[in-house]
Design a protein around this ligand. Structure first.
Ligand code: HEC
Length: 128
């Protein structure tokens, strides 16, 4: 009895460590400070047209057909200095996650992280 009781916590710790390792593997994207863009621009193009173009425009210049309804308007996503990590975070978590307005919706319930990577890869592939 006593022996068993002293073994249990070790099992629990192992289980916890295994769970943590699995979680860490599932979210490699923001591990540490380095964001690594891993997307397919071809897949991203269609997703962008479906989910983003109405506000941000066909070529991501911030001139979609709904753009006039927003003040400030949807961002030009090709502007200099807008890096892939910020594009990813604002898209996944919404404008407020990067200090902007909630008029930029969060897409984490609509798009999985791979799809967001794909969209960002497409935006990054545009000629500026
Ligand atoms: C309903 C309109 C709307 C849709 C749809 C929309 N956005 Fe936005 N987005 C905005 C607005 C408005 C802003 C600017 C918010 C502000 O200025 O505070 C913005 C800002 C952003 C920013 C912040 C850029 C910066 O200047 O730092 C990113 C990144 C972004 N959008 C990406 C996307 C992507 C990618 C999609 C599609 C998955 C998308 N948005 C869909 C309206 C929209």
């Amino acid at each position: 009895m006593t022996q068993r009781r002293s073994i249990k916590p070790i099992h629990r710790t192992r289980h916890l460590l295994a769970t943590m390792a699995m979680l860490a593997a599932a979210v490699p994207v923001l591990a540490g400070d380095s964001f690594v863009l891993d997307g397919n621009a071809e897949s991203g193009k269609a997703l962008y047209q479906l989910h983003c173009a109405s506000c941000h425009g066909d070529r991501a210049k911030g001139d979609g057909s709904w753009a006039g309804a927003y003040e400030p308007p949807p961002s030009d996503l090709t502007r200099a200095g807008l890096d892939a990590e910020r594009l990813f975070l604002a898209t996944r978590d919404g404008g407020m996650a990067v200090g902007m307005r909630a008029t930029m919706p969060a897409f984490r319930h609509t798009l999985d992280e791979q799809s967001i990577h794909d969209i960002v890869a497409w935006i990054k592939s545009l000629d500026h």
